[in-house]
Write a protein that binds this ligand. Structure first.
Ligand code: ADP
Ligand code: MG
Length: 350
């Protein structure tokens, strides 16, 4: 698309700029806009060809970079944070191009780095969180070891008590490392959709049986409605993990904390999908937590989760497994009225 251009007969330059996917401007050394591609026009709706750039683009950092490039004849770079309508971060590159028949110009290229920056921040947070989660039980273990080597050296009853706590802390670390490893394994294979036939009814029967003792310990009744096969396309082990995480959460955070100590689990069909539904009638989840619940290490009450053996990674693992299966996870809840977790998975068609 070539609109009016100030590049005269140098249409090639104008065409190249217009074809670039990110915002690009060409500006003369006298600060006149020579060319704007559509993404740049969208970014700066007020820019006009022939008008001075500084009238619209007021970022001092970018103007500095332009000044530098013009004086030195070398490329210069600046960062630019756009705040409205949403926050976006750009790396702005200013490159002088000389020796053109219509005179020298500057190419200003806006590379958006918001996503890259967000991923970087997530990765840093993740490493910090994981280290923090591991450091707490580790510090406690070291403390007990020192006590057993020193003051409690000859105290047999203290030794028995401390060893039990140490074992618990070590198990917590082991759970955390297991969860971190499964998360990274699932992430590695995220692009590969698993396609084995898996019967959700069997998966749910298996997990409800396995979690029987946990339900009994918490005086929770689990009702299972999965009489007919629901065959989805997936990976059996991963779907077992999904069911286990959801039912375990419903028992631990839902039913056991409420007056109504019931959990309802079902496998059903819904418009071309197989559905796992896990429902509890406990305290529910306030709406401000819902969007963040599947983030790694996000817990409504970290102390309560740790006390119940949680790592804060269960729902993150569920979300990743569901994504790999090209399915959907839906959470419905309001404070005081229990929670419903639903997983929709594509049916298997042989
Ligand atoms: N059924 C539920 N009812 C109330 N809160 C829940 C329920 N399921 C999950 N949660 C909340 O979500 C948090 C994250 O769950 P999860 O990722 O499985 O981590 P974990 O169980 O290891 O704490 C839990 O700590 C809990 O606060
Ligand atoms: Mg959990």
């Amino acid at each position: 698309m070539i609109r009016e251009s100030a590049l005269g007969d140098s249409l090639t330059v104008a065409r190249v700029i217009a074809a670039l996917p990110e915002a690009v401007l060409a500006v003369s050394f006298e600060d006149r806009v020579l060319e704007i591609n559509p993404p740049a026009q969208a970014l700066f709706p007020g820019l006009r060809i022939g008008a001075p750039l500084a009238r619209i683009l007021r970022s001092p950092d970018i103007l500095d970079a332009i000044g530098h490039a013009r004086v030195s004849g070398k490329p210069a770079r600046a960062s630019w944070l756009e705040r409205v309508p949403v926050e976006r971060l750009f790396e702005v590159n200013v490159s002088p191009v000389e020796g053109l028949d219509f005179g020298p110009m500057l190419i200003i290229y806006f590379r958006e780095i918001s996503e890259t920056r967000r991923f970087e921040r997530m990765r840093i947070d993740f490493v910090a969180n994981a280290s923090h989660e591991l450091r707490t039980p580790l510090a406690s273990l070291l403390g007990f070891i020192e006590t057993l080597q020193g003051p409690a050296r000859n105290d047999a009853s203290a030794r028995t008590r401390f060893l039990a706590i140490m074992r618990e802390q070590a198990q917590r670390m082991a759970r955390l490392v297991d969860d971190l490893l499964s998360l990274s394994r699932i992430e590695q294979h995220l692009h590969l959709q698993p396609r084995q036939p898996v019967d959700l009814a069997l998966v749910l029967h298996h997990i409800v049986d396995t979690l029987g003792p946990l339900a009994d310990d918490n005086s929770v009744t689990v009702r299972l409605d999965a009489e007919t096969p629901v065959i989805v396309s997936g990976d059996r082990d991963e779907l077992l993990r999904v069911a286990e995480n959801l039912i375990e959460n419903a028992i631990k955070y839902g039913a056991s904390d409420g007056e109504d100590k019931r959990v309802e689990v079902s496998a059903s069909l819904d418009d071309g999908d197989g559905v796992i539904t896990v429902r509890d009638f406990g305290p529910g989840i306030a709406s401000e937590h819902l969007p963040r619940l599947t983030e790694r290490f996000y817990r409504i009450d970290a102390g309560a989760s740790r006390a119940k053996g949680g790592t804060g990674l269960g729902l993150a693992i569920v979300k990743h497994i569901v994504a790999r299966h090209r399915g959907r996870l839906k959470i419905e809840s309001a404070e005081g009225s229990g929670a419903i977790f639903r997983v929709f998975l594509p049916l298997h068609n042989p």
